[in-house]
Design a protein around this ligand. Structure first.
Ligand code: HEC
Length: 506
């Protein structure tokens, strides 16, 4: 279906990838997932992949699933925690049920970052430093890919290998290197407890995960592989027409990418400054797309004007570290934060600052017991939501009273990262990096629903977005994909260009 791929260059800077979807009739693939004793498995993930597109759903309490896909021959897989994944090919011309029987399997490679975080106690400085350093960009389960490495090999990897695609070194003091690499060897080294290559895995009862909510079985997930699957998409924003704007963060890509869900096509807008580290986009009311460039240097942001379809760089004082975040105010000013990496380090200690754009007056709020804050979002009621990343909570600041409230997601070691307000449903959504969930929080009932991502290692970063159909879009930083969640709780409406849209950053 997706074999036709053309490359068109226009104006010398714009590349268009077309993988146009031919007229295809949607069909339903259905079946049941059971264990070897014939007992239904609830919340098993069933995924159908054809070319660069996947559609996934979770089974209900009866173990049944139903996937609506364009006709074709799919790679179909079923997986559930504690069972071995099963794969097969499915031609939709064959209308018989696609049932799966999963065999039990228990391996550390199935654990998520939040499971590993809970198994490594916080009772010593080494584990605290490892967690606060190495969960900055991706969850802890990524370490399993290099298990068996000694302290020296960990150092070589992090120092030499990891920055290759990023284009910047990872910096730590000599003392920090020693503590971190010894701690890596202790858990992920040749004799690492639980995670070493020959280690006795933790007992299933040592891994406590919350029960997956029934609402998850109503949802459908869509995933799209980027034109170059080695691209590392950092953050995204959704515009009024439902198009998705993505930061092509890695040194080789160095571009703003656009995805149009209606035709399932990507387009790339290269950033002229090499290794500019495209970071967080936002869409202003006039439809322009802004991208904070996080590298040090003079190029600080890029803007794409939909009228000319051209990308232009914006520059200011070179001494400031790069930019992070992007938001338009009611007067049409664009706000960025200077939170790029500098020699002094780059994270705030639980500090939220309010700036009055007219007077320049600032007011500081310190969130209690909050070592690091990631995403900050002001909702339509002026509540300030923030990601209390390291202490695994969602924070809310009432700016009128200065009162802080913290909410604990069901996953104990969840790491909230980024928010989007969903005005239609009256809830907020956030990406949970360590727990690998897209999580819904209802401020009225103060309840969470965790939707487990349909792929491992999604590592959502600052920008997630919501489109006019109420689908929530996210990037998959280490997987070269983007994805969308349709919670399946709204009546189907045709996309209208006049529908109101709430972007991650509008
Ligand atoms: C500044 C962001 C950042 C931080 C902080 C970071 N990493 Fe990474 N890490 C990356 C990127 C980017 C990749 C992907 C590299 C690639 O795919 O080529 C990666 C990939 C990895 C991988 C996967 C290797 C593989 O074979 O796929 C491991 C293991 C890893 N990092 C370990 C660590 C450790 C240990 C730390 C803490 C000392 C750490 N990372 C901190 C950005 C980071």
């Amino acid at each position: 279906m997706r074999s036709a791929r053309t490359l068109v260059l226009s104006l010398g800077i714009v590349a268009l990838w077309a993988a146009a979807r031919p007229q295809a009739i949607d069909v339903v693939v259905r079946g049941m997932v059971t264990d070897s004793g014939g007992k239904p498995i609830a919340a098993a993930l069933v995924k159908a992949t054809l070319g660069s597109r996947s559609v996934s759903r979770y089974t209900g309490a009866d173990g049944r699933y139903e996937l609506t896909v364009p006709a074709g021959t799919y790679a179909l897989s079923a997986e559930a925690f504690g069972y071995a994944t099963e794969r097969r090919s499915k031609d939709t011309a064959d209308a018989s049920a696609a049932n799966f029987t999963l065999a039990p399997s228990w391996s550390v490679t199935e654990l998520l970052g939040s499971d590993i975080d809970a198994l490594i106690p916080d009772d010593h400085a080494g584990s605290r430093l490892l967690k606060s350093t190495c969960i900055n960009c991706h969850a802890l389960d990524v370490m399993l890919r290099r298990r068996g490495a000694t302290a020296a090999q960990w150092r070589t990897y992090v120092e030499k290998q990891m920055p290759l695609r990023y284009g910047r070194p990872f910096t730590a003091s000599a003392a920090e290197w020693t503590v971190i690499t010894n701690e890596l060897e202790r858990w992920f080294g040749p004799k690492g407890q639980y995670f070493g290559p020959g280690a006795e895995p933790p007992k299933p009862e040592q891994v406590r995960r919350p029960t997956i909510a029934p609402a998850v079985a109503r949802a459908t997930w869509y995933e799209y592989t980027l034109p170059n699957p080695r691209t590392m998409p950092h953050s995204l924003a959704v515009d009024r027409a439902g198009r998705v704007w993505i930061a092509g963060w890695d040194a080789a890509t160095n571009a703003v990418l656009r995805f149009d869900p209606a035709v399932e096509q990507f387009r790339s807008y290269p950033v002229p400054t090499p290794n500019a580290v495209p970071h967080t986009p936002c869409v202003s009311r006039d439809g322009r797309v802004w991208m904070a460039l996080n590298a040090r240097g003079t190029a600080k942001a890029a803007v794409i004007d939909p009228k000319t379809d051209q990308l232009t760089e914006i520059r200011w004082d070179a001494k400031q570290p790069g930019t992070h975040n992007c938001q338009e105010d009611r007067d049409g000013h664009l706000w960025f934060s200077s939170l790029g990496e500098s020699d002094e380090g780059f994270y705030s200690m639980g500090l939220i600052v309010r700036v009055n754009p007219r007077t320049g007056e600032t007011k500081e709020y310190f969130a209690p017991d909050t070592p690091q804050i990631r995403g900050v979002m002001v909702d339509s009621q002026d509540n300030v939501w923030f990601a209390a990343f390291d202490n695994h909570k969602v924070g809310r600041l009432n700016p009128k009273t200065g009162e802080f409230t913290f909410y604990q997601p069901p996953t104990a070691k969840a790491s909230p990262y980024s928010f989007v307000e969903d005005r239609r449903r009256g809830v907020i959504w956030f990406g949970d990096l360590n727990g690998n969930n897209l999580t819904r929080f209802d401020p009225r009932t103060e309840t969470f629903v965790e939707y487990p991502f349909p792929s491992r290692n999604v590592n959502p970063r600052l920008g997630i977005g919501i489109d006019p159909q109420g689908r929530i879009w996210f990037t998959q930083f280490l997987n070269g994909r983007i994805g969308a969640l349709d919670p399946g709780d709204l009546p189907r409406t045709p996309t209208s260009s006049r529908s109101r849209v709430q972007g991650a950053s509008s």
